[in-house]
Design a protein around this ligand. Structure first.
Ligand code: GLA
Length: 336
């Protein structure tokens, strides 16, 4: 038992544009935010024992992990999934603190996974850590998620959003201009049906890609020629969303927030009409925000089906949510 005391911190993220593209090898533009999750713990023993300041009930499980899906309380499954991916045999005992609003679309689960990986001693590159945490999330929840959330948390760069090509996993930091204010507003609607609908959408995209090849580069005429109207619409979203991400990254870098806002609005419309992951509550909130003085654009962010909207606004605008800043990625310190 080494007894080292560690402090591991990992940020949540907001996705500015590029949803439901990561698992198809497309482009995304998330940024790590100043809200994060911190694990303070002593390494050693063969159990993971963590209590949380926010959620009642402590997590306690033995190593090596046999089945992450049965750990209670359920937030412990993310930690157990990570321990299983790492093949961890050295335990931890400590506390988890988080100011990432839970289940709000700011990737509280990815922040917990990445903090847990670092606390458990994962010393891989941000990409390696993110990959293990993505597999941990799939293991813990059964949702076939992509890598965006974990990679944004592990690889965040202060003051920058990350343009990630999910085919090559190349990351290009894009500076967020000083005059851009980014807000996350909760719709008040809890996410619904996320796991099954997410898996359905991914399967529909994969069927389209089996005919067309990689969707981010598919020829629009070939997409329109697909026989199945559902696959056609899903493919159209992935292709058009990747184009929007590319353009958004360009106009953000030049400070053209008007065009950036229009691209966000177009992204929402595509997620609503072609990808069918919006809800009337999200649509109404986006419509309302887009007519608000000083707001350049808004869109649902993350998986959809409820949860949060992200808005791009001018300085001085106050919205009923969290104003977020682009923060650095996860880190770990040995305390003594
Ligand atoms: C969730 C998943 C991500 C991504 C988004 C949609 O947040 O965890 O991998 O697919 O949905 O863009």
């Amino acid at each position: 038992m080494s007894g080292a005391r560690v402090l591991a911190t990992a940020p949540g993220r907001v996705n500015l544009i590029g949803d439901h593209t990561d698992y198809m090898g497309g482009l995304v533009l998330p940024m790590a935010v100043q809200l994060g999750t911190t694990i303070t713990a002593t390494r050693g023993g063969d159990r993971v024992e963590l209590s949380s300041a926010q959620v009642p009930g402590a997590v306690s499980f033995g190593l090596p992990v046999k089945d992450a899906t049965t750990v209670e309380p359920s937030w412990g499954r993310y930690v157990a999934g990570v321990a299983a991916e790492l093949g961890a045999t050295q335990g931890l005992s400590g506390t988890v603190e988080s100011d990432v609003p839970l289940g709000s679309g700011l990737s509280s689960s990815a922040a917990l996974e990445v903090a847990a990986a670092l606390a458990l001693g994962d010393d891989g590159t941000p990409l390696e850590v993110a990959r293990r945490c993505q597999l941990a999330e799939q293991r813990a929840t059964g949702v076939p998620c992509g890598i965006m959330d974990q990679l944004a948390s592990a690889a965040g760069v202060e003051g920058h959003a990350l343009l990630i090509d999910c085919a090559t996993l190349d990351i290009t930091p894009v500076p967020v201009p000083d005059q851009a204010r980014i807000w996350v507003v909760h719709s008040g609607q809890e996410r619904q049906l996320v796991s099954s609908a997410y898996a359905d959408r991914r399967a529909e995209c994969e069927r389209a890609a089996a005919v067309l090849g990689p969707l981010p580069a598919a020829d629009p005429a070939d997409i329109e020629a697909l026989a199945d109207p559902v696959e056609r619409a899903r493919a159209r979203h992935v292709r058009s969303e990747c184009d929007r991400v590319r353009r958004f990254a360009r106009v953000l870098a030049t400070g053209d927030l008007t065009t950036a806002g229009q691209l966000m609005r177009a992204s929402h419309d595509s997620l609503r009409d072609d990808f069918e992951v919006s809800t009337p509550v999200l649509d109404e909130l986006v419509d309302e925000l887009c007519t608000h003085d000083g707001v350049f654009g808004a869109r649902l962010t993350g998986a959809g089906f409820g949860g949060c909207v992200v808005a791009l606004a001018a300085p001085g605008v106050e919205l009923p949510g969290w104003q977020v800043h682009a923060a650095a990625g996860a880190r770990v310190e040995l305390l003594d």
